[in-house]
Design a protein around this ligand. Sequence first.
Ligand code: ADP
Length: 202
Amino acid sequence: MANSYIASKISKEQKESRLQQTAKSIWMTGLSGAGKTTLGLALEKELFQRGFFIQLLDGDDVRTGLNRDLTYSEEGRTENIRRIAEVNALYNNSGIITISCFISPTNAIRYMARKIIGPENFIEVFVKAPLSLCEKRDVKGYYLKARQGLIKEFTGIDSPFEEPEHSDLVLETSSDTVEETIQRMIAFILPQIQYNKAKNPQ
Ligand code: ADP
């Protein structure tokens, strides 16, 4: 059961009714460079154009603000995801759909996020690409720095990434184009966030 933040007297269902949507947390997990941000931004834009109200949360933004006190140690990574999951729960309880783009490298970390947010609200999307390709893309130049030892505990290099085995959706960004991947993602997500009047009678 998700954290319900019961101080509010207005229910999640009332807020979803106001926004005419079902609030879910779309959780993008995958290696750096796999495509989480590219796809997360595209999804946000597509959903917004269709009338949905969404909040995107991205690793670099959160690391420079809310979680700037945290390291990349196992402890730091766990606390990073714990706080982000709590933020997701707050948004969802306000009726807002979230898209979170975080490496979230281990099964334990993803399980914690699912538990905090509530399995009924959590949609795990595995943005999948081999390490060799992510390293070749090296969108932010982090892999080169990690190989040179300038960045420590970098996921895939000297910090582990456990491939998720039970994701709700797997997107292979090594074989599909950005446009194809976006279309697949939208087709999967849309039915789950449509407002369900039967579920929320007012
Ligand atoms: P992440 O947020 O996972 O670190 P980014 O989205 O920043 O990754 O970078 C992914 C890179 O891979 C981008 O340069 C993007 O154009 C490229 N790319 C190639 N094919 C795809 C695809 N099918 N989906 C997403 N990104 C792709």
